[in-house]
Design a protein around this ligand. Structure first.
Ligand SMILES: NC(=O)c1ccc[n+]([C@@H]2O[C@H](COP(=O)([O-])OP(=O)(O)OC[C@H]3O[C@@H](n4cnc5c(N)ncnc54)[C@H](O)[C@@H]3O)[C@@H](O)[C@H]2O)c1
Length: 257
């Protein structure tokens, strides 16, 4: 009956699933029949996503915690095995901004930004890879940003951490191919709480978000659903000859320069 759902009987961990792109990706994957372990900081919002998925007969578990903590990542993988007996892939999507110029940024915030944005991906891959190697077509999507290639005012920790993710994703693809496919997405300006928080680092915060959308070739901000569709494609078997690749999805922002 569900044969049209391409992620049926597959299990994924999605981090940052309580908000924005992670939430949209969780809803999309659930529609496609996936079984999900969802991670985020906000228990209430995470439970809301789970309730939404359950209301359409989908399957998901939310586990609140901090992705920069090694043991928390171990637990996410254990939960996938406990609940579903397998792990077919990851969407590493949790992220923070760590705003501040190099001279003003507290070293703690620099470390926290790398902890959440980069160390978390190393930790989750470390525990998840042995499980994913047991599966026939495991796939991972790492959410970086166009900030890996482009500067933004007062975003040094963010930009550096996102560049590190691009390199980590490619390295992981080389080490664990052909069994596990690993790709990286680099979104441009997307309408989520994070982009509004990012605006305060710009000289004119009120105009920053509006301009970010207008200054793309397609003259609008991306939606979380735009990102969920690319993430779904890269997780699914429709992309079975794609690995170690880096995709900008930015309404043409990088092309425009
Ligand atoms: N919004 C944009 O314009 C944009 C552009 C490019 C890339 N991104 C990236 O996309 C990803 C998703 O961001 P979003 O825009 O949907 O933002 P968002 O703020 O709506 O969501 C961020 C998610 O990360 C989770 N998170 C943050 N810190 C965490 C921690 N320590 N432990 C566990 N979870 C944590 C939050 O709970 C939340 O679910 C981020 O990695 C972000 O850097 C965003």
């Amino acid at each position: 009956m569900h044969m049209d759902k391409s992620l049926i009987n597959k299990t994924y961990i999605i981090t940052g699933a309580s908000s924005g792109m992670g939430r949209a990706t969780a809803l999309k994957f659930a529609q496609e029949g996936a079984q999900l372990i969802l991670s985020g900081r906000d228990e209430a919002k995470g439970q809301q996503v789970v309730n939404e998925i359950h209301s359409t007969n989908g399957s998901a578990v939310f586990y609140q915690g901090d992705v920069s903590d090694l043991d928390y990542n171990k637990k996410l993988v254990e939960l996938a095995i406990q609940h579903y007996g397998q792990l077919d892939g990851l969407v590493t999507n949790a992220g923070i901004l760590g705003l501040g110029s190099i001279t003003e940024l507290e070293p703690k915030l620099w470390h926290d930004t790398f902890g959440v944005n980069v160390n978390s991906v190393f930790y989750l891959l470390k525990f998840a890879i042995p499980e994913m190697l047991k599966r026939p077509s495991a796939s991972v999507v790492v959410n970086a940003s166009i900030a890996a290639f482009k500067t933004f005012p007062n975003h040094p920790a963010y930009c550096a951490s996102k560049a590190a993710l691009v390199a980590l994703a490619k390295q992981a693809a080389v080490e664990y191919g052909p069994t596990i496919r690993i790709n990286c997405i680099c979104p441009g300006p997307v309408d989520t709480p994070l982009i509004h928080a990012s605006a305060v680092a710009f000289p004119d915060p009120a105009k920053a978000v509006e301009d970010a959308g207008k200054n793309t070739l397609l003259q609008r901000l991306g939606t979380p659903e735009d990102i969920a569709k690319l993430t779904f494609f890269l997780i699914s078997e429709d992309s079975s000859w794609i690995t170690g690749s880096v995709y900008t999805i930015d309404g043409g922002a990088i092309a425009k320069g």
